[in-house]
Design a protein around this ligand. Structure first.
Ligand SMILES: *Cc1c(COP(=O)(O)O)cnc(C)c1O
Length: 348
């Protein structure tokens, strides 16, 4: 368990590194003969790269995926350059120079990016082919382009659009990816994200790219019971107060006390990712006892009823429930959004 903490912090995030390591090993095992890498973009899905990268390396991950070039430097403090791929690929010659200087691999996503890379001298890269998501990636009609033949490709990859559903799209993308691999030579192939791994061995190829499931997300029922919660947010109690019967709490007075109520003010709000749509679905607990939310969620504060916890006092730490599958289901947010919105203020 590592805790991002600072003397002046009123929010902290416990990252259960044992659970994180367990989740990586589960995804690696489910990947069969393929090796699991790790998607660590967006600061390790919001948990802090300094907390997740060393743990994933220890567990055995040897390949890391970030989205932005700006995410490389913080990861290089933990992982070797040749284990890092940058998914967005180069959009300028500065990006290419940066890739060469650091030794990390660009993921080439288009003929434009292929030309940028080759014009600078080329070398080992990855290639993302779009087999149906129509997001980022080389279009199918370009896979035979001479430029692509000149690339020296470590990992040929594609990304599934609907792996979290039983969609005909999965099989269609699988077949297209197999076709692409007969045309484009590469050292290894990679198709599956977390949900894709749960689709079975056909989708694993040589390397898998789990993200969400490493951090406690459960994108498909096959993973239920195997994946452990990793992130545990906590807030400090800023103030204890009494709300007299007939008084209301918070903006617009949306909650009114029917009897005198003991309340606690916590230092967390929607700016920290506790969006108002989570009001009815996020339990707040002190020592396991639930503290019902009173009134609206503010930007940096909430007020809770602590009548059942007479001993709670200013400076105490309170748990903000963040079980990803259930919080997502109840709030309408995606598990990805809940994780990555965990604000900067949680980190050190
Ligand atoms: C984010 C990402 C992943 C990881 O996906 P999860 O659904 O979080 O497991 C894998 N591959 C690519 C290309 C990605 O962008």
């Amino acid at each position: 368990m590592t805790v991002s903490n600072h003397a002046q912090r009123a929010l902290r995030l416990k990252v259960d590194t044992q659970a994180l390591a367990n989740n990586w090993r589960v995804m690696d095992r489910l990947s069969g003969a393929a090796q699991a890498g790790a998607a660590v973009k967006a600061d390790g899905y919001g948990l802090g790269i300094d907390h997740v990268a060393p743990c994933l390396l220890d567990a055995g991950a040897q390949q890391f995926y970030v989205a932005h070039w700006s995410e490389v430097q913080p990861l290089l403090l933990h992982a070797p350059a040749d284990s890092i791929s940058v998914l967005h690929g180069p959009v300028s010659s500065e990006d290419v120079i940066f890739a060469r200087e650091t030794g990390v691999r660009p993921v080439i996503n288009s003929l434009y990016q292929a030309r940028l890379w080759l014009d600078s001298g080329g070398g080992l890269c990855d290639l993302m082919v779009d087999t149906g998501i129509n997001r980022l990636g080389l279009e199918m009609e370009d896979i035979s382009a001479p430029l692509i033949r000149n690339l020296q490709i470590k990992t040929l990859m594609s990304h599934l659009a609907s792996a979290d559903e039983d969609s005909a799209m999965n099989d269609r993308q699988l077949r297209r990816f197999r076709d692409v691999s007969t045309v484009i030579p590469a050292q290894q192939r990679s198709l599956a994200n977390s949900a894709g791994i749960a689709l079975g061995a056909d989708y694993a190829f040589d390397q898998t790219r789990p993200g969400l499931a490493l951090y406690g997300g459960v994108p498909r029922l096959e993973l239920d019971g195997l994946i452990q919660q990793v992130a545990y947010p906590q807030s400090v109690v800023l103030q204890r107060r009494r709300v007299n019967a007939g008084e209301s709490v918070g903006y617009n007075g949306s909650w009114t006390a029917t009897q005198d109520t003991e309340a606690a003010v916590l230092a967390i709000g929607y700016a920290d990712g506790l969006l108002r749509c989570r009001a009815g679905s996020t339990q707040i607990r002190f020592d396991g006892t639930e503290l019902p939310l009173l009134g609206k969620i503010s930007m940096d504060m909430i007020v809770v009823d602590c009548s059942r916890c007479p001993s709670i006092s200013e400076g105490d730490w309170v748990d903000i429930e963040q079980n990803l599958p259930s919080t997502a289901q109840k709030s309408g947010l995606s598990q990805y959004e809940i994780l990555t919105m965990t604000g900067q203020r949680f980190r050190n």
